[in-house]
Ligand binder design. Structure first.
Ligand SMILES: Nc1ncnc2c1ncn2[C@@H]1O[C@H](COP(=O)(O)OP(=O)(O)OP(=O)(O)O)[C@@H](O)[C@H]1O
Length: 413
């Protein structure tokens, strides 16, 4: 009998490795180049270029805003590292860049400690306040003639938890510390712009003067990002072009996706692992599809179940998407939905089904998990059923439903 050890040893020896640098697919890895973020790096350079003058007296601040996975962290980190280098080598100016994650360090005190640690500045063990630590940091920079750029990533967490005085102290530092040369500059990274607009005006006006927006990636942008990662992390010719097209079309913002590079890279990485596990020397479309359904299991299951629905159930679903799109609301009343269904069925030259049948369809769609229903509470005349979609309104879903309707209509003809 073959021992378990032999089986393991054989499988290890014969396994095909197509990912040569796994670390380059990890979310923390910052590549040397960030396709489609070159302009943002230039904009950051523009904001901080006065620090290179040698006699810079003012500090700078800028807010970076964008959805998750739009490259905010990676871009700012890459900028910081390169800016430090260029300042020293080409201008003989000392600039230090420090990146603080405010999710992990969400109080003023923890932020001050983190900056001090990054500068290797020993803090006396007697309990100093955060304000005192900031003063020490400033004096340290002054003594060594250093300008500091602090990136405050996930800054929304600090804004949501800190009290007004702390926020005020941090962002209006040089109202509190008197200095001839203001040595500490900031990059505030926030996930959505509204967290800034909720702020007190005196703080908001102070930080939101300069804003750099990071839009969600379009599919051709994701394609370039993925291609670059493939070159860095995979063996030559190990990834089929269809894989890149599939992933970038799935997540591209212009194709109805969320424009999130992190998920796109994660899908690529997982597709690579699946291919390796199956012993395939090349990552193929099928591996990418499997990876995608692992990452989005519920959505995939629901989308699969659409192919079992019949024509009028699909028309009802399409009608729901249409009214939700029109009304920009999250839910619609049964009455409105039914009216839309009737008119849509007629557009397709179909005789609309009767009310009881439509109710039955709704029940079926609810069982599949694609819609939710609830009874309206107080505040509405009578009681009515409110219907909502349980998936995000997504153009791809809409297109897919339409495609299924067309298939059903054709097979009837
Ligand atoms: N233009 C790009 N080129 C290459 N890789 C990119 C690019 N943009 C983002 N990435 C990669 O995508 C992942 C997510 O990016 P990043 O963490 O910078 O996004 P983020 O906007 O800061 O998201 P969050 O708000 O969730 O922190 C990282 O692995 C990053 O390296």
């Amino acid at each position: 009998m073959v021992s378990a050890k032999d089986i393991l040893s054989d499988s290890l020896r014969s396994s095909v490795l197509i990912i040569k640098h796994k670390d380059k697919l990890s979310p923390d890895y910052v590549p040397e180049n960030l396709p489609h973020r070159e302009e943002k790096i230039k904009e950051l350079g523009f904001v901080f270029r006065d620090l290179l003058a040698g006699d810079a007296k003012d500090s700078e601040r800028v807010v970076i805003v964008g959805r998750t996975g739009t490259g905010k962290t990676a871009t700012v980190r890459l900028f910081g590292k390169n800016f430090e280098d260029i300042a020293e080598r080409e201008y003989g100016v000392k600039v230090k860049y420090v990146h603080v994650n405010c999710y992990r360090h969400r109080t003023l005190y923890l932020i001050s400690q983190e900056i001090a640690n990054a500068l290797k500045l020993p803090i006396p063990s007697r309990g100093l306040s955060a304000q005192e630590v900031f003063k020490m940091i400033h004096e340290y920079l002054d003594r060594r003639n250093i300008h500091l750029i602090v990136a405050l990533d996930e800054f929304g967490h600090f804004l949501n938890t800190a009290n007004t005085e702390e926020i005020y102290f941090l962002v209006r530092l040089y109202d509190e510390i008197s200095a001839i040369i203001k040595r500490i500059s900031y990059i505030f990274i926030v996930n959505e712009s509204h967290s800034i607009y909720k702020l007190d005006r005196s703080i908001r006006d102070h930080i939101a003067r300069r804003l750099i927006e990071f839009p969600p990636y379009k599919s051709m942008e994701l394609y370039d990002i993925l291609k670059y990662r493939v070159d860095e992390a995979f063996n030559d010719n190990a990834v089929d072009d269809e894989v890149l097209q599939f992933i970038s079309n799935t997540y591209g913002y212009d194709k109805g996706g969320n424009g999130n590079a992190r998920i796109a890279i994660e899908t690529l990485s997982l597709a690579g692992e699946i291919a390796e596990k199956e012993g395939s020397p090349v990552v193929l479309l099928d591996h990418a599809k499997k990876a995608n359904s692992t990452i989005n299991p519920e959505i995939q299951e629901i989308v699969d179940s659409l192919s079992y629905l019949d024509l009028h159930q699909l028309i009802l679903l399409k009608a729901l998407i249409r009214v939700l799109n029109k009304s920009k609301a999250d839910e619609v009343t049964m009455g409105t939905l039914e009216e839309e269904y009737i008119s849509l069925a007629r557009e397709f030259n179909e005789e609309p089904r009767r009310h009881t049948q439509v109710y039955e369809y709704l029940r079926k769609l609810k069982v599949i998990g694609i819609i939710n229903t609830r009874q309206s509470g107080k505040g509405m005349r009578g009681r009515t059923t409110l219907v909502s979609l349980s998936l995000p309104l997504d153009k791809r879903l809409d297109d897919y439903i339409m495609q299924q309707i067309v298939v059903r209509l054709k097979s009837k003809a």
